[in-house]
Design a protein around this ligand. Structure first.
Ligand code: WT7
Length: 678
């Protein structure tokens, strides 16, 4: 391996890099390990390798077939794709489809109304299961109730709810009547909620009194009240689900209990088809500037690609599988793989309200055992947390039902990937019954903007590699390009782009078409710029390297924060690591690492730091050695689990720490400052 002048890595074939070869950017790519699907798994897989060839021959035709097979259309479409006005795509032109009918009613008509759609597990231990027939009934009631409150097709509805079935019911009820939902994560503040309500001009807010967090009631309604205190908003009604029973402030005429409106409404409601390009939802996501972007998704294409990927990437057998996506509906993962795809595909899923350590650190594995979860979809940050807690905890439960494991949200380091495979996927605990063929892991790359998975192995087809999302899905045209937009050869790194429109692509930024063009379509001509760095290995497989804004440039060499973090956590003493590029007079940027040591690892001060620097030097190369390594008690994370490197950068560059209000725990920055003073 060597580095070219751009500093992007040139990689040797997996496994051929010399161990102990000091100057090799080797950490991720010493990954010679490959895990082909077992013969049994491949034989029973729902999607085979032939799908790539079919899709490559004629992408729009491939997606048109999926749209017709996976969805029931009220009116068939006349054209798969209209790309006459890029970057504004239209998919399944002229078609009419109702998302809620596809998610619910049609399954009842097709005779699976008694199948469980959602097993809900509340944090305090209360449970509810909804069959498809029951969930359909609830959604029809909610549709009637919202219409009675004056919500019409095209109106926006803000949803500020915890992870309870009413969140899904609300989203689907909006979709049913053609209202556009804008889900705001329950962890966002009143101000954030208000700015999203204002931007979308929402008419109705659906919320709850609150939820439970770590055994205690946690309020939501007060934030809605606060958000609506200042006049000048567009909200005329607030529907409130009773969840934790805490006292709430009440505004007569504006506020309505769910049980008095939705539960009391008629369960009869006729779904009509909406245009394939009718807006389905807006979801706000942060960009590089301060103002969050309202990412707009529409109906036919979004449903098609979410349903297809859910089936293909998780090898879904809806009659027998139990699917559990741990994401909150406040994020796109919870939209696509909780509220929509599993239901459109007629699957049974688990929905859990609380945190992984309530009331004990085995809660997730207890849920897996209880519901016999067969497909688990979660984030690397969760996996690393479980690693930190130790394998004995999942080891107490029967995880033998698990047959596919998914990862999403950030690059997964090989150590976490292997732990996921060996501890969770192989059921390595209870009674020592380790599986001969551990569950395949599918690392899925996508974004709020892409709407659905874009790069992922197919578990019955792909020989998986720890740490790589690997292959664009059938019908998806991904490439890695250099500064000039030229495709890089295998073994090189660059920018991740999408070359062809895809069905679930964002249709724009709400109210700001120019920003849509500028943000995604201006960096490279006729390509969607994802904002991620990536490289192709010698097999052409794609390794995601994190946002390009997280890629550092040290002495003209490009280094990935992800790669260095991966190196650090591969050290037995390190539980978690975050790396930032801090401005440096001599080298442009310098690598600064923040690490959390494992509970049992000694902190020997300078000796530990030296050891870790040398470890990174050994894993990646001397150039990647952090200039500073700071041992800290915690890392600043957003409520979605993303490390806020911006704040660490402030610390690393000796600045006053910026806005930390979106942290899951706003005291973390002062804890870090405190620990560094010691
Ligand atoms: C960004 C999108 C996709 C739903 C959750 C996050 C990063 C996402 C992966 C992955 C490496 C990943 C990218 C992307 N990302 N999945 N499998 N491997 N990086 O959605 O908040 O819109 O964030 O998350 O950097 O651009 P999001």
């Amino acid at each position: 391996m060597s580095q070219d002048t751009n500093g992007s890595t040139t990689t040797a074939a997996p496994g051929s890099g010399g161990a102990g070869n000091g100057d090799a950017l080797e950490n991720l790519l010493h990954e010679g390990r490959q895990f082909p699907p077992s013969a049994e798994f491949a034989a029973d897989a729902v999607v085979s390798a032939g799908e790539y060839a079919e899709a490559n021959t004629d992408r729009p035709a491939f997606w048109a077939r999926q749209a017709r097979e996976l969805l029931s259309w009220d009116k068939d479409f006349s054209q798969a794709l209209d790309w006459s006005n890029p970057p504004f795509a239209k998919w399944f032109v002229g078609g009419e489809v109702n998302a809620a009918y596809n998610a619910l009613d049609r399954h009842v008509e097709n005779g699976i109304g008694d199948r469980v759609a959602i097993h809900f597990e509340g944090e305090p231990g209360d449970t509810r299961s909804y069959t498809y027939a029951e969930l359909a009934e609830e959604v029809r009631k909610a549709a009637n109730a919202f219409e009675a409150l004056g919500v019409a097709k095209g109106d926006r509805v803000a949803v500020y709810l915890p992870m309870i079935p009413e969140a899904v019911i609300t989203m689907l009820a909006c979709a049913r009547i053609g209202a556009v939902h804008s889900v705001v994560f329950g962890g966002f503040s009143a101000d954030a909620l208000r700015s999203r309500i204002d931007d979308a001009e929402a008419k109705l807010v659906v919320t709850a009194d609150g939820t439970y967090r770590r055994g205690k009631p946690s309020p939501l309604k007060p934030a809605v009240d606060e958000a609506l205190t200042k006049p000048g908003h567009t909200v005329s009604n607030v529907v409130v689900v009773k969840r934790n029973g805490e006292d709430v402030n009440w505004v007569e005429g504006r506020d309505h209990w769910w049980e008095d409106t939705v539960s009391a409404a008629s369960g009869e409601h006729t779904a009509v088809g909406h245009d394939s390009e009718h807006p389905l939802f807006i979801l706000y996501t942060s960009g590089t500037t301060g103002k969050p972007k309202g990412i707009l998704h529409t109906t036919g294409g979004y449903l098609t690609q979410t349903a297809y990927t859910h089936k293909a990437v998780f090898d879904l057998h809806p009659e027998t599988d139990v699917f559990w996506c741990t994401a909150d509906v406040g994020w796109v993962t919870g939209h696509s793989y909780v509220a929509y795809a599993p239901l459109v595909n007629g699957a049974t899923q688990v929905m859990y309200e609380g945190t992984p350590d309530s009331p004990h650190q085995g809660r997730w594995w207890e849920i897996v055992e209880k519901y016999k979860v067969s497909i688990l979809y979660t984030a690397p940050t969760a996996i690393r947390t479980f690693m930190k807690w130790g394998r004995d905890i999942p080891g107490k439960y029967d995880l033998s039902s698990i047959r596919v494991l998914g990862s999403v949200g950030e690059p997964i380091n090989p150590e976490a990937w292997m732990w996921y495979r060996e501890v969770i996927g192989a059921n390595a605990g209870k009674n020592g019954e380790t599986k001969e063929h551990p569950a395949p892991i599918v690392d899925t790359w996508w974004q709020t903007e892409t709407g659905a998975q874009m790069i992922a192995p197919l578990p019955g087809v792909t020989a998986t590699k720890p740490g790589s999302a690997q292959v664009p899905l059938p019908g998806i045209a991904i490439d890695v390009v250099d500064e000039a937009g030229e495709s890089v050869p295998d073994g090189h790194g660059g920018y991740l782009v999408v070359r062809e429109p895809w069905p679930s692509m964002l249709r724009g930024i709400w109210g700001d078409p120019e920003r849509f063009k500028d943000t995604y379509w201006s960096r490279f001509e006729a390509m969607y710029f994802a904002g991620d760095g990536a490289k192709k290995d010698e097999d052409g497989d794609i390794w995601l390297l994190g946002r390009v804004d997280d890629v550092m440039n040290v002495s003209g060499h490009r280094l990935s924060t992800t790669e260095i973090e991966s190196a650090l956590v591969s050290h037995p003493s390190v539980a978690e690591a975050a790396v930032v590029g801090a401005a440096d007079e001599t080298t442009g940027q310098a690598v600064v690492a923040f690490v959390i040591l494992r509970g049992d690892a000694p902190n020997n001060g300078d000796a530990t730091v030296l050891e870790l620097r040398n470890h990174v030097g050994k894993e990646i190369g001397p150039i990647a050695k952090p200039k500073h390594i700071l041992v800290v008690p915690e890392l600043p994370k957003t409520r979605s689990g993303k490390i806020m490197r911006r704040l660490l950068k402030d610390v690393a560059e000796g600045r006053e720490v910026g806005d930390a209000t979106t942290l899951s725990d706003p005291t973390i920055m002062s804890q870090i400052a405190e620990s560094l003073r010691k």
